[in-house]
Design a protein around this ligand. Structure first.
Ligand code: HEM
Length: 538
């Protein structure tokens, strides 16, 4: 038998990383005691009662009883892959992030997901897709935790529990299990009309990707980049798939759902195994970092807004290739922990109130999902940079820390490198001026326009894309039991464009309401109807 693997501390790691106990010469207990039998409980005679003293039986069943960890509270169903990111060096003027340097190669792990379905739900449902990337950079881990839709449902994280409660299955019947066609979802998005833009993207073909390999990804929020001289630039991150953007139509998705609920994860794993390694170009839209934090009148801190690519083209800054499948779903795809606050020097956050809530939420949820505060020690979460922290003890601690003085400064355990002066490559928050202000529970007036950007999106669609959107709204609103919700849904559509509301109202057999907001006609604003066409394959 091969000797037990040994950890850096010199201790055998037992049934730890890389152990294939099932193919070993002998079976043992978790304590390494050899077993001679594992198929029969210890009994008082072949037909007698089972004995409580059977340690092996109790250990085996107890461990099995605790095999499952809670699924993610959102994005529970996912598929992931390893790969490499190569910087182009083109972002050097706006950021000092070393991994974006020319030809610098950084290992990555990417997890794609649906948002609302449980871990065992289907892949080809109408939903937003998560697109989370972990860059294991030499300066520490950077996570870009994005989606395949460039805007979000809400403008402030305080509403996140509400939108998720509305989107998850109804508490009474647990219906639906995987998608949005139900009353509480439509109740929420018609009462909180800031959700209109994201919902419209969901109802478009973007809501049912053909493949994870054929999805765009978006950082959604505006981030702040910092260059070597300390100058700052506001940016939005984009992933552009080399295979182009492709969708399933609704009927295809229904058939695929029935035939192969694992369609997307199978597609990703099969492609990688066959050597068809999917690639995405990372790009940024850049905006001057002005005190207003707006661009062409668009509030950059409002995550329900895009900036049309015609106004700010996406500039490529690197290439990602996914080239290896996980070898153990639980250890990698399930235990990976992303966090928008995992940042490296040169990349900083902005004051988007949705992002602020996310910076709190991910660590908090992972403490309960991954059983305590030490999940950064799980192999998939370990940085590829040296770790020298003061975090000690806690549930599932696997490190054996030495020394007696886990605090700084100290005069017992040696020096304090980061006190030695100068910039040692540390992450330094940008000294942004916070305007003098009063505490308020309110949003800026610029957050009030919920329909102009959805209108740009709708008017940029081709005839067949519009047909799909009308069919999606008709089907989804048609599934609501409450008449009042259908009517409120039609009011939202009327405020986007009467051309969208009319056919949906007809499909539902209800009168089409008129708009309650001012709508400029497409003819009056031809430029508007051309904007926002962000499909990269055009
Ligand atoms: C998980 C994206 C908003 C809380 C995720 C994941 C993605 C994602 C991709 C899956 C990560 C994985 O694969 O493990 C986004 C985007 C958002 C957003 C793009 C808005 C732009 C929020 C907000 C909150 C939140 C506002 C809370 C205030 C969570 C939580 C998880 C999660 C709790 C589960 C994390 C885990 O258990 O590991 N999100 N999210 N998200 N998100 Fe978000």
């Amino acid at each position: 038998r091969a000797p037990a693997p040994v950890s850096p501390t010199g201790r055998p790691t037992g049934a730890g990383e890389g152990v294939r106990a099932q193919s070993g010469e002998r079976l043992t207990t978790a304590q390494g005691n050899r077993l001679y039998e594992t198929d029969h409980s210890l009994k008082a005679g072949p037909r007698g009662p089972v004995l409580l003293q059977d340690h092996h039986l109790r250990e085996k069943i107890t461990h099995f009883d605790h095999e499952r960890i809670p699924e993610r509270v959102v994005h529970a169903r996912g598929a992931a892959a390893h790969g490499v990111f190569q910087g182009y060096g083109t972002a050097a003027s706006v950021t000092k992030a070393a991994f974006l340097g020319k030809d610098v190669e950084t290992p990555v792990f990417v997890r794609f997901s649906t948002v609302l379905g449980s871990r065992g739900s289907s892949d080809t449902v109408r939903d937003t897709r998560g697109f989370a990337t972990k860059f294991y950079t030499g300066e520490g881990t950077f996570d870009l935790v994005g989606n395949n839709i460039p805007v979000f449902f809400i403008q402030d994280a305080i509403k996140f529990p509400d939108i998720i409660h509305a989107g998850k299955p109804h508490p009474d019947r647990e219906i639906p299990q995987a998608q949005s066609a139900h009353d509480s979802f439509w109740d929420f998005v018609t009462l909180h009309t800031e959700a209109t833009h994201h919902t419209l993207w969901n109802m478009s073909d973007r809501g049912i990707p053909r493949s994870y390999r054929m999805m765009e990804g978006f950082g959604v929020h505006t981030f702040r980049l910092v260059n070597a001289e300390g100058a700052t630039t506001l940016v939005k991150f984009h992933w552009k798939p080399k295979l182009g953007v492709h969708s399933l139509v609704w009927e295809e998705a229904q058939l695929v759902n029935g035939i192969d609920p694992d369609f997307h994860r199978r597609d990703l794993a099969d492609a990688i195994e066959a050597g068809a390694h999917p690639q995405w170009e990372l790009g940024i839209q850049t905006f001057p970092d002005t005190p207003e934090q707006t661009f062409e009148g668009i509030d950059l801190l409002d995550p329900t807004n895009i900036v049309p690519e015609e106004l700010a083209p996406v500039q490529p800054i690197g290439l990602m290739t996914l080239n290896a499948n996980p070898t153990n779903y639980f250890a990698e795809t399930e235990q990976v922990a992303f966090h928008p606050g995992h940042l490296v020097p040169g990349i900083d956050v902005t004051d988007d109130p949705l992002l602020a809530g996310r910076l709190f939420s991910y660590l908090d949820t992972q403490i309960s999902r991954l059983g305590g505060p030490n999940f950064a020690q799980i192999p998939i979460n370990r940085p590829h940079a040296p770790v020298n922290d003061m975090l000690r003890d806690g549930m599932h601690q696997t490190a054996v820390h030495t020394g007696v003085a886990p605090y700084h400064p100290n005069s017992l355990d040696g020096g304090c490198p980061f006190l030695a002066g100068a910039d040692t490559g540390a992450y330094i928050e940008t000294p942004v001026t916070v305007p003098e202000s009063q505490k308020v529970r309110e949003a800026a007036a610029s957050y009030d326009d919920h329909f102009s950007q959805p209108r740009i999106f709708w008017r940029s669609m081709s005839a067949v894309e519009r047909e799909h959107i009308v069919a999606a709204y008709t089907f989804e609103l048609g599934k609501c039991y409450e008449q009042a919700i259908k009517e409120r849904g039609l009011q939202v559509l009327a405020n986007i464009d009467p051309d969208l509301c009319g056919p949906v109202a007809e499909g539902l057999g209800l009168p089409a309401p008129g708009p309650t907001v001012a709508i400029e006609s497409a003819e009056a604003s031809p430029a508007l109807s051309q904007l926002g066409r962000t499909w990269p394959t055009d």
